[in-house]
Unconditional design. Structure first.
Length: 331
């Protein structure tokens, strides 16, 4: 396949992934009239964890203390990120919530880049957040929703750091499967009563929960995995900045949420800042990239293995110049 064709396919796959994630968010908000946000959060995480545990089949006794610590942290940040995000979109428009949440990964990218000239992107993003804050003072946007979305952004930033560590220590999807299980357990104390109540009153509410798990977790991850084999990580990072706009578009079309002029300007500013950071803060080597549901480890990255040896299979493939099979599993 020609490089240009491969690139176009990769870009198309990233767009599909972004649409899946944000469509899942809209489906989640549309379910709040039938189920509590805690119920939706737990249902999504539990279903995704069950599927991934069946697929990855991790051995819980095979991991050492430090690896377990990172998997527990990853699970906790996933729980916080999802739970507070759903609580936020119950109060504020989905597009605005995604915009505020995007500050988390934007901050992580800036801290890791360590380039003074990139502070311009911080200023642009802060201007967008200030505009949203002004809307809250005017009573247009719920300030509690803004704080919840901001906390979700903090969790997203911590999730990126923890996900990178888990990706380096555990091959395949095993670490992610355990982290999802942990995240469901963390949310369970907040969700057990409303979840039992909601499912008992209407068992069909499990269907949208399963759809959210499929769209925002399983399908999005699989599409991103294929896309990152075709496009540079920098291009991927720039395209992730499209998420607020896509979220707002789906919310307008499916939820009929009104988006004012200042909100549109704020969303545009944060998108520009996020795309700018992704484009200009490229390190010397391709980084580990964390998308919406997991860590993608480039072929040249090595695993810090604590769970057993890795059999390296040499394959002379044009798509894998390092001759390493990134799908190689632990034995």
């Amino acid at each position: 396949m020609k490089p240009r064709t491969s690139m176009l396919i990769g870009v198309g796959l990233v767009l599909i992934s972004v649409c899946c994630v944000q469509l899942g968010s809209v489906v989640g908000k549309s379910t709040f009239d039938r189920a509590d946000p805690a119920s939706v959060t737990f249902g999504r995480l539990a279903i995704a964890a069950a599927v991934l545990l069946l697929v990855a089949r991790p051995n819980l006794l095979a991991f050492r203390g430090r690896t377990w610590a990172w998997m527990l942290l990853l699970g906790a940040t996933m729980a916080g990120m999802n739970f507070t995000f759903y609580l936020a979109i119950e109060r504020i428009p989905v597009g605005v919530a995604v915009t505020i949440e995007l500050i988390g990964p934007l901050t992580v990218s800036l801290v890791q880049s360590k380039r003074f000239r990139e502070l311009i992107w911080v200023l642009i993003a802060l201007l967008g957040i200030v505009l949203i804050g002004l809307q809250s003072f005017r009573g247009v946007i719920d300030p509690v929703g803004i704080l919840l979305a901001a906390f979700a952004g903090v969790c997203w930033g911590a999730y990126i750091i923890a996900s990178k560590q888990v990706g380096q220590r555990v091959a395949g999807l095993k670490g992610l499967a355990i982290a999802l299980m942990v995240s469901a357990i963390v949310v369970l104390p907040f969700a057990i009563v409303p979840f039992v109540r909601d499912v008992s009153a209407d068992p069909t509410v499990l269907l949208p929960m399963g759809l959210i798990a499929l769209l925002s977790s399983l399908l999005a991850y699989g599409v991103e995995l294929v896309a990152l084999r075709r496009i540079p990580t920098r291009v991927f990072g720039v395209m992730m900045a499209l998420e607020p706009a896509v979220a707002a578009a789906f919310a307008v079309l499916l939820l009929h949420e009104a988006v004012g002029g200042l909100e549109i300007v704020a969303i545009a500013l944060v998108m520009i800042a996020s795309a700018g950071v992704a484009y200009t803060a490229a390190p010397k080597a391709d980084p580990i990239v964390t998308g919406t549901f997991g860590t993608i480890v480039p072929a040249h990255e090595s695993f810090d293995v604590t769970t057993g040896p890795i059999d390296i299979i040499e394959q002379f493939d044009d798509d894998d110049p390092q001759n390493i099979d990134p799908n190689d599993e632990l034995t």
